[in-house]
Ligand binder design. Sequence first.
Ligand code: 13P
Length: 306
Amino acid sequence: MTKEQYIEGIERMRKQKNAIILAHYYTLPEVQEIADFVGDSLALARKAASTDASIILFAGVHFMAETAKILNPDKKVLVPDMSAGCCLADGCRAADLARFKEEHPDYLVLSYVNCTAAVKALSDLIVTSGNALRLVNTLPADAKILFTPDQNLGDYINRQTGRQMLLWDGMCRIHDHYTIEDLELLKESYPGVKIVAHPECRREFLEHADFVGSTAAMIKFISESEDQAFIVATESGILHELKKRNPNKTFYTLYNGDLAHDCGSMKKNNLENIYQALLNEEPELLIEPELMKKALAPIQKMLDLS
Ligand code: 13P
């Protein structure tokens, strides 16, 4: 089938089946273009919580689709490729977190949304990179907190808020990979450019950034800025929306053109598997009902506080 035929088929089926396509900014440009809604993790969770579609097709990674399912237990949630995982989510196993809780019953567990449903079920509150700084301050000032699973984001929250959360030993392979050496090379070649970074980057990298925020916050900052050139330290998919909104601005990425630094899982979503998923109404994401109930509480708390 041609690209146009896939697009025509997706358009037709989503109307027939009352389906909504949600996509993260890290997906391929053609996936973002076909989506009903493109956003960062927080906006996608909000959209999933408010949709009246019968079917949610989630073009992102597994934990994002899980969040959509937990918020919509009676809806069909389709995932174009079930193997689209996340190294952050894989880095915190529920069994290990359960053991920590047993050994440290006095700790609250604050979890980044990039975790499995089972880890969410063991958490007191979920945050995204878009609301973490604000929501951590809803917890008592003297609370002992374990932050899972991203040590870089947790460290950033600690530094910004003065908290001393204990940090799980996890990280995002893409963001953790950016080094000062690469940044210095770019800065030498393009003096004066602004540096915009995602808080999943390492501390020493974030210390060089002019702005730190979620993907949606980075897009807003750049779009509203008077500056014309930016080094963008996050996954390459964000460039699609950035270029659409800012056709005259210039963007430099670390590892320019090196596909090894794309998120392979996000890029697993494509027109063909979205078409097939809508056609066959599978692969469908299913989660055990009791687990969904437990995981819903800290997600709902986040949405209520957001
Ligand atoms: P945001 O969507 O909150 O920016 O986070 C992106 C992400 O999941 C990085 O791994």
